[in-house]
Design a protein around this ligand. Sequence first.
Ligand SMILES: [Zn+2]
Ligand SMILES: [Zn+2]
Length: 433
Amino acid sequence: MMPACLSPLTRAAALALTLSILELGAQEPSGQWFKGNTHTHSLWSDGNDFPEMICSWYRDQGYHFLVLSDHNTLQRGEKWMSEAAIEKRRGALGPRVADKCRARFGEDWLQTRPGADGKGIEIRLRQLDEYRPQLEKPGRFLLVQGEEVSAQFGKAPIHINAVNTKEVIAPLKDLGDVRETLRANLKAIAAHAKAIGKPVLAHLNHPNYRWALTADDLAHVVEDQFFEIYNGHPGIYYEGDPKRVDSAHERIWDIANTIRIAQLKAAPLYGVATDDSHQYHGGSNTPGRGWVMVRARDLSADALVQSMQRGDFYASTGVSLKAVDFDTTARRLSLRINAQPGVRYKTEFRGTRRGYDSGTKVVDAPEADPQPRRLEHSAQIGELLASVEGETPAYTFTGDELYVRAIVIADKPMANPPAPGHLQKAWTQPVGW
Ligand SMILES: [Zn+2]
Ligand SMILES: [Zn+2]
């Protein structure tokens, strides 16, 4: 995603939020909770700050891990940028980018040379392996290598984050149709994981960016295991659009889960929340909006990815949980919310029952869309099974649910929302399938 307009982060609110997350440091039986963001851009692609400055911000905010996922590149090799181009990306916001970096890392940190055209200077971007030792601390903060594999089919962007990679994975474009292109890129990431013998996470990003992908696409490309239930960029339309049926992220997730489990005998999708931040000096696309909390045995890239692939994590825009448990014998999903003083919580348990109405209707979408026709699905998909107030919500299966997932909604807005009215939430993964 590319950046857009304005809304400053309230420092006190962000700090309060971070503190509530840090209280989760206690050991759970199967590991510890770690907070991370897997989708971030820097000057290495279309972000507007040095990577080491972005990493410093996340570390200072109490995150445990971060993936700098620039478009189709890793942060290695020699890359120079003109200082003028760097400052242009900042716009009129705040002090000069290079000055802020020198203030943080020292006067000699940035390597410069005269500009190629004889005017101005160029600055060399530091590589991940160069700044990693300045920022990482065992058990406290980890940088995980990754990339946003940025492909497309025609006008439809198909972006997938590959996390814990070793080499650049080149995007594969315009293959057959949207689904075939998505599938081919997921297979390329899986092949990379196999080649390096490590777990690699692949999450499909922002399905509604330029209205590229539908719920049915996400259902049928069963090679995909993750998608962004929430992305902090202001142009991704988490809530969908009335002109495009079944386009809200919540609907996409339930439709895909239901078709996969009931019709394709495939695993449902897991949902991540991310920042997809590009702007670090103010603006509308700033960091700190969406993250994952991963329960892992230790703070290592392999352990984090393996936990996520098991579904042992939740997505958040502000709500933190002490525990998420699914008792497979009692068929009971229970949560313990790490409540903030004065905040009320409502938990929606959503799912689809066996025997749901699987009929669909073809509905026109705007002609200019990559997909000018969409399928409308029954309201029995992703039905609200129960709505529970309080700090220890639970749901016991009645027997005919294909799956159940929980959305915890606080009566408090996000500290720095990409659009007005977004409340703090947490999303747990589908269980019981
Ligand atoms: Zn992105
Ligand atoms: Zn993207």
